[in-house]
Design a protein around this ligand. Structure first.
Ligand code: GLU
Length: 434
């Protein structure tokens, strides 16, 4: 018997929306639209999946160390929870917007679906500059944000994690605040927490490890051995620094990395452990690192290397940068680093782009393992986490690669096809509650 929704006709429902080139949500939707077309989503499903399920905006008053009360704006967007509880990080940044959080939440939906996790997608954000705040101020901000969202979060509802500028300590405060309100310790309410509080071995390195795994898979497809390839990594945070170190361990020569202080280059390969130690000493940046040649950000992105790993932030590779990209493979460690206008340029040049929702899915996959371990009350070794992570990333890569061949599309569109299809199928089975 056909499902009820099969009788919906496709119609000229879709007015081409004016594209706001600067909006991350539009960037996500442009790719979603292509996948929706391939999947022949019914207009009703299209409309349903276009919109975030729920958006929460909260004003967060914080008593600053000076005694003054400052009010911050916070967001939590639940994009979709058809496949299970929604999952996604919390970002602290001075320029974070609701539109960006909406896009990031949508990416989480397709990402979780694509790697076969029983999760929907969500994202949180707080407009603040963590570099200007004391640990006490950050703690009060995190606790009040969590208390405001107590009814939204939950181990079976919505599970936050780290994202840009948030870390294990912040997740520990989320865990503690939520648990105080729930009147019991709920360690499965948040992932990416310290191992001593029920965090998972391997979670911290998982996003970078996933980037390494898909890069190796991509290298194999183009017939390059790791030992004969050069790599440039934009971003030296948790994702970039780990991906760089693991790729070097696999025999690649990492010749350039960058962070907010600029780019660092050595044609014979950088000393990454020395650079990491330097960043630890300076409190996170490579400022003042002298054992490499300086490089601009733009130069790094267009450097003559085999693999480029953008692991910083959105929209770094626009059309004009794409025209100058010489890398054979791009593995997107960041969310949304490539502007949609650059997609066709890269494809025409034959650059194999492993898209964000596939390349950086290792983080949320290990978050899933963490949640499973918390619910079982039984913990795995790092080897066990890594083994399962590698397998899930390789399976996802193969599935996306096969889908790209089947529909003759880029890996990015194929990743959306795989991600959107699983959500649409679940929605079809569940039906629309009247
Ligand atoms: N913030 C990470 C991401 O963008 C991880 C999210 C999670 O583990 O829930 O995928």
């Amino acid at each position: 018997m056909p499902f009820k929704f099969d009788v919906y006709e496709r119609s000229a429902y879709r007015e081409p929306a004016p594209i706001d080139r600067d909006s991350p949500f539009q960037s996500m939707m442009e790719r979603f639209d292509v996948a929706a077309e391939i999947l022949e989503l019914s207009p009703g499903f299209y409309e349903y999946l276009c919109r975030p399920a729920r958006m929460h905006v909260t004003s967060i008053p914080v008593e600053m160390d000076s005694g003054r009360v400052k009010v911050f704006e916070g967001y939590r967007v639940i994009h979709n929870d058809v496949l299970g509880p929604s999952k996604g990080g919390i970002r602290f940044a001075p320029d974070v917007t609701l539109n960006e959080v909406k896009a990031l939440a949508g990416w989480m939906t397709w990402k979780c679906s694509l790697v076969d996790l029983p999760f929907g997608g969500a994202k949180g954000g707080v407009v603040c500059d963590p570099n200007e705040m004391s640990p006490g101020e950050l703690e009060r901000l995190t606790r009040r944000y969590t208390a405001d969202l107590f009814d939204v979060f939950g181990p079976n509802k919505d599970i936050p994690a780290p994202d840009m500028n948030t870390n294990e300590q912040i997740m520990a405060w989320v865990l503690d605040t939520y648990s105080m309100h729930a009147r019991k310790t709920e360690n499965a309410v948040v992932t990416g927490k310290p191992v001593g509080l029920g965090g998972s071995e391997g979670r911290r390195q998982a996003t970078g490890r996933g980037v390494m795994t898909v890069t190796l898979a991509a290298l194999e497809r183009v017939g390059l051995a790791p030992s004969e390839c050069t790599v440039a990594v934009q971003g030296f945070g948790n994702v970039g620094a780990t991906a760089a170190a693991l790729l070097a361990e696999q025999g690649c020569s990492v010749v350039a990395v960058s962070d907010v202080t600029g780019g660092y280059y050595n044609e014979n390969g950088l000393n990454l452990s020395e650079m990491r130690a330097h960043a630890e000493r300076t409190g996170g940046t490579l400022e003042g690192y002298e054992a490499a040649q300086p490089l601009t950000n733009e130069d790094l992105l267009t450097l003559d290397v085999d693999v480029l790993v953008p692991a910083a932030k959105e929209d770094q590779i626009d059309r004009s940068v794409a025209e100058d990209v010489t890398a054979r493979i791009i593995a997107e460690g960041a969310n949304g680093p490539t502007h949609p206008a650059a997609d066709a340029v890269l494809q025409n040049k034959g650059v194999l782009v492993v898209p964000d929702i596939l390349a950086n899915a290792g983080g949320v996959t290990a978050s899933y393992f963490e949640w499973v371990q918390n619910r079982q009350g039984f913990f795995w070794t790092e080897e066990e986490v890594n083994r399962r992570l590698d397998r899930m990333m390789e399976t996802a890569f193969d599935k996306v690669y096969a889908t790209a061949e089947e529909y003759d599309v880029s890996l990015r569109i194929a990743a959306y096809v795989v991600g959107v299809r699983r959500v649409a199928e679940a929605l079809r089975m569940r039906g629309i509650y009247a």
